[in-house]
Design a protein around this ligand. Structure first.
Ligand SMILES: *[C@@H]1O[C@H](CO)[C@@H](O)[C@H](O)[C@H]1NC(C)=O
Ligand SMILES: *[C@@H]1O[C@H](CO)[C@@H](O)[C@H](O)[C@H]1NC(C)=O
Ligand SMILES: *[C@@H]1O[C@H](CO)[C@@H](O)[C@H](O)[C@H]1NC(C)=O
Ligand SMILES: *[C@@H]1O[C@H](CO)[C@@H](O)[C@H](O)[C@H]1NC(C)=O
Ligand SMILES: *[C@@H]1O[C@H](CO)[C@@H](O)[C@H](O)[C@H]1NC(C)=O
Ligand SMILES: *[C@@H]1O[C@H](CO)[C@@H](O)[C@H](O)[C@H]1NC(C)=O
Ligand SMILES: *[C@@H]1O[C@H](CO)[C@@H](O)[C@H](O)[C@H]1NC(C)=O
Length: 840
């Protein structure tokens, strides 16, 4: 029994339904080697209704597909051409068996028919390597869903299958479908072409409509994936088109769904609509679109309907907008237009007995007449997918050619095992009507894609190409003119938000990156588009920008300059101070031995005059851009000099009072004071304390010059030494205040001393001036900023020193020069004696 089973373990298939093919039908041609052909001559959309009855579906009950018949004719054309021109397969007759799969309904049964042997039996074997099925290769079917179903069967037998229009990316998986090849680029190329088209026309706000089947789902998924990876295109919304039942009448629910989609289409600002759907589902859709008077829309057709003459015949569609589509390149095939409708002459009208003589669905009574009625438009639109079918047949023929070892005149008519043929098909590389045909690693022929525009002008190509896409380079090329259905033929705009003007940042609105509002960049910030479109960046500190800037400019630097009037005035004062101090120095030097000089402090005068000279000489550090050095000078040197002067004056007052009032009472202390150079020690000590205070102050703040924005005019950057040395200034001043208090109290104590020795008035005046000026400077600093502060600072400094120079030394010089009679030891002695006598 087991042996019996192994020997005759063959299943008789389809015996009831498959009968001897009729001669001379369009659907079969006898030959040495048969090709299977699967085409959708009819179609319904859902396609699975037959599964609840045990009958092979009757395709002719569905709507006819003009393009399907056109493609079938292409296969016949190719086979007949190969047979007629003997150079490819000399002495070999190629035959075919073509079955209508009516889109999805009838795709299993023909496969069984092809796989079975000539006697319609399909044996159950352990090894099919020497099995010879009915056909050596299968061309088709057209759609991906059927192709996958068919490929699942054929792959088991390694029976070569070449599809001419199934674009699904799943078919690239050669582990799953080792025997599956195709003569079209895969879906991802179609999507890429679409995306590049949208990028080219700057459409970034689109609607996607998909059919409720694998085609719609696969392609919309591909599109979504592609958009995620870049391009800045956003989908306003995506909807599934209701697919009518096979009888093509919509249920109320479906009608309502469709109306809802159209309402959304009417309301959205997106003007570009991509439709992924088999063409059959679209007739109803576009009829509804027409009813809704939708206009100004750009429709982008997937390859499934981009060159469909039946939809194109809804000429009213031209008012709804512009139709663009992706399709296969156009390759002129001489003689095909005549061949397409030649069947009428050649084959006898099908007899009533046809259905019994052929397998199921090898008939299409209406095809020729309907195709003939579309012949004009089909001829005008040229050969596109037709060429894919044609090249698929030629690929098999070329593989047979090398498998059979053909030369010019002869071929070895061997038995052809499908898996051997498959190996040869992978290797083919030939030129066909000017195009190189070979299969890449994924089993695809990388032919060009065209972007076409629908036109309705008579006697013109209804699907005119205006750009092309090369799968190898992955880019859109030769982009020509499109006649837009808009006023002035302007390119339609489909953007969620218009691009912002330069210097405006985007603020996202909602979830889409394409939707945003534009906000002006504030002064002081700028937009670097290449870095961040969503944020204005602040300008670097030394620069500034106006509103809506895309770059910053260098700010105008503000500092005290030589040519300014305040500078000139202060410099004149300083020069005067310098000259007068120099004069005083010279006079004091010349009259060093006179009692006037000695009473004024003697050598200590020079200790005061030298810093004064230096101070007037150093005034230029206030002019020009501040540096670390000038800042140290401004904040340390001047105040240090001031302290030296004040302490000198204080110590001199002390000494006078001491000599007159206490020396007699405390002679030892006086000896001590004199022996250890008390005055100098005191001055040095005060200077050291002051230096320490200044150093501490500088360490806590900074001595680097600082740029600060002018609050009134941000274009200006004020350069100044640390503007917050106010506290330090107050601290310094209080130290000086203390010193002068000391000086003042001694001066006051000696107010009844001879006038030569009485400095109280001067010290009071000078100190009062010094303090009021310091306090007002601090107040001024807290209110004002910038160059004014520098001017004030300078002015106060110069005036202070002028006061010391002229106020202290001036009267003495006057006496020395103009009252020499009072500048004698005798006069001084008389004064002192007068004083002592008054006291006693
Ligand atoms: C479309 O236009 C026609 C005539 O202009 C009008 O009768 C019809 O109501 C319009 N349809 C819609 C949905 O607006
Ligand atoms: C096709 O058209 C021819 C003439 O135009 C007609 O005689 C024939 O009956 C038609 N065939 C079918 C199946 O309609
Ligand atoms: C196109 O449609 C019109 C009616 O809208 C119809 O008369 C004509 O036959 C159609 N053309 C073809 C080729 O079917
Ligand atoms: C072609 O091959 C056959 C044998 O396979 C041989 O007899 C014949 O001479 C060859 N013809 C040419 C033109 O090479
Ligand atoms: C196909 O043949 C052409 C020239 O005959 C050659 O340039 C090309 O590289 C071949 N392609 C492949 C994939 O072998
Ligand atoms: C596009 O249109 C412009 C002006 O209408 C014309 O000059 C140009 O030649 C056209 N380009 C193509 C490729 O047709
Ligand atoms: C803008 O940003 C880019 C990239 O980050 C950078 O190379 C460029 O220098 C920036 N331009 C300005 C003006 O900041």
């Amino acid at each position: 029994m087991g042996l019996w089973a192994r020997m005759l373990c063959s299943l008789l298939f389809l015996l009831q339904v498959l009968a001897e093919p009729a001669e001379n039908s369009n659907f079969h041609l006898a030959g040495d080697y048969l090709l299977g052909g699967l085409f959708s001559l009819h179609a319904n959309v859902k396609g699975t209704v037959h599964l609840n009855i045990l009958q092979v579906p009757k395709c002719k009950e569905y709507d006819m597909k003009v393009l399907g018949y056109n493609l079938m004719q292409a296969m016949r054309f190719a086979v007949e051409e190969i047979n007629a021109h003997s150079s490819l397969l000399p002495g070999v007759l190629l035959g075919y068996e073509i079955v209508d799969i009516c889109y999805l309904s009838n795709n299993v049964q023909p496969v069984l028919y092809f796989l079975a042997q000539k006697d319609y039996s399909l044996p159950i074997l352990k090894d099919y390597s020497h099995y010879v099925p009915h056909v050596v290769a299968v061309i088709g079917p057209d759609n991906s869903e059927s192709t996958i179903t068919v490929a699942n069967f054929l792959s088991l037998f390694l029976l070569p299958q070449i599809t001419y229009s199934a674009i699904s990316d799943q078919l690239r998986d050669k582990q799953r479908f080792p025997a599956m090849l195709r003569t079209v680029p895969s879906g991802s190329h179609h999507i890429e072409a679409m995306v590049q088209l949208m990028i080219h026309f700057r459409w970034n706000w689109i609607v996607v409509l998909v059919s409720n089947d694998e085609y719609g789902r696969d392609n919309s998924q591909l599109l979504n994936q592609r958009l995620l990876s870049g391009g800045d295109i956003c989908i306003a919304f995506q909807e599934v088109l209701p697919t009518p039942a096979p009888n093509q009448i919509m249920t109320p629910t479906e009608q309502a769904q469709l109306e809802a989609i159209l309402r959304k289409l009417q309301q959205t600002t997106a003007r570009v609509v991509i439709v992924f759907s088999p063409e059959l589902a679209l007739r109803n859709f576009f009829l509804t679109v027409l009813r809704w008077n939708l206009t100004n829309t750009v429709w982008i057709a997937s390859e499934s309907w981009s060159i469909d003459p039946v939809l194109h015949n809804l000429t009213e569609l031209r008012h709804t907008g512009t139709f663009l589509g992706i399709t296969i390149q156009r390759v002129p095939m001489p003689g095909f237009s005549e061949f397409r409708v030649r069947g009428t002459r050649d084959s006898p009208p099908p007899s009533s007995g046809t259905s019994q003589q052929t397998t199921c669905n090898q008939e299409c009574d209406a095809c020729l007449n309907i195709t003939a009625s579309f012949n004009n438009i089909l001829t005008l639109s040229g050969e596109r997918v037709v060429y894919s079918v044609y090249s698929a047949v030629y690929a098999v023929a070329h593989a047979l050619h090398s498998l059979l070892g053909c030369n010019q005149t002869n071929c070895a008519k061997k038995v052809v095992y499908p898996w051997r043929l498959l190996q040869e098909i992978w290797k083919v590389n030939f030129t066909l009507l000017g195009n190189q045909i070979f299969f890449d690693e994924q089993g695809d022929v990388p032919v060009r894609l065209d972007i076409i525009q629908w036109r309705w002008d008579l006697s013109q190509n209804p699907f005119q190409s205006f750009a092309s896409y090369h799968p190898m380079q992955r880019e859109l090329k030769h982009i020509g003119n499109v006649s837009w259905h808009t006023p002035d033929n302007t390119i339609p705009v489909s953007m969620c938000s218009k691009n912002c003007r330069p210097g405006q940042m985007k603020r996202p609105v909602g979830l889409h990156p394409c939707c945003f509002e534009c906000l002006d960049c504030m002064p002081g910030t700028f937009l670097n588009q290449s870095a961040d479109e969503f944020d204005c960046q602040p300008c670097p500190s030394a620069s500034w920008s106006h509103k809506n800037a895309i770059s910053c400019f260098k700010r105008h630097l503000a500092f005290l300059e030589w040519q300014e009037v305040p500078t000139i005035i202060v410099v004149i004062l300083a020069v005067l101070g310098f000259l007068s101090t120099l004069t005083i120095l010279v006079i004091f030097w010349r009259h060093y031995q006179t009692p006037m000089v000695r009473s004024a402090g003697g050598p200590m005068c020079f200790l005061m005059l030298t810093p004064l000279l230096l101070v007037f000489g150093m005034v230029p550090v206030y002019v020009g851009p501040p540096t670390v050095f000038t800042c140290i000078c401004r904040q340390a040197f001047f105040t240090l000099c001031f302290t030296i002067c004040i302490s000198c004056i204080a110590v001199r007052s002390f000494q006078i009072v001491y000599i007159f009032k206490m020396a007699r009472r405390l002679p030892r202390a006086y000896g001590f004071w004199v022996r250890y150079h008390g005055p100098y020690v005191f001055v040095a000590l005060m200077t050291a304390i002051k230096a320490a205070i200044i150093a501490g102050n500088m360490l806590t703040t900074t001595i680097n010059p600082i740029g600060r924005t002018d609050p009134e005019d941000p274009n200006i950057l004020i350069l100044s030494c640390h503007p917050n040395y106010r506290n330090g200034l107050l601290f310094n001043t209080s130290m000086d205040l203390l010193l002068s208090m000391v000086g003042f109290s001694f001066a006051y104590m000696g107010k009844e001393l001879p006038t030569n020795y009485n400095e109280a008035k001067f010290i009071t005046l000078s100190m009062t001036f010094s303090f009021t000026s310091s306090i007002s400077l601090c107040t001024f600093m807290s209110v004002h900023d910038g160059v004014l502060v520098t001017i004030m600072d300078l002015l106060v400094t110069v005036l202070n020193f002028l006061a010391i120079s002229l106020g202290y030394f001036g009267p003495k010089c006057y006496m020395i020069l103009f009252c020499p009679e009072r500048n004698t030891p005798a006069y001084f002695n008389s004064m002192i004696q007068g004083y002592t006598m008054r006291k006693d």
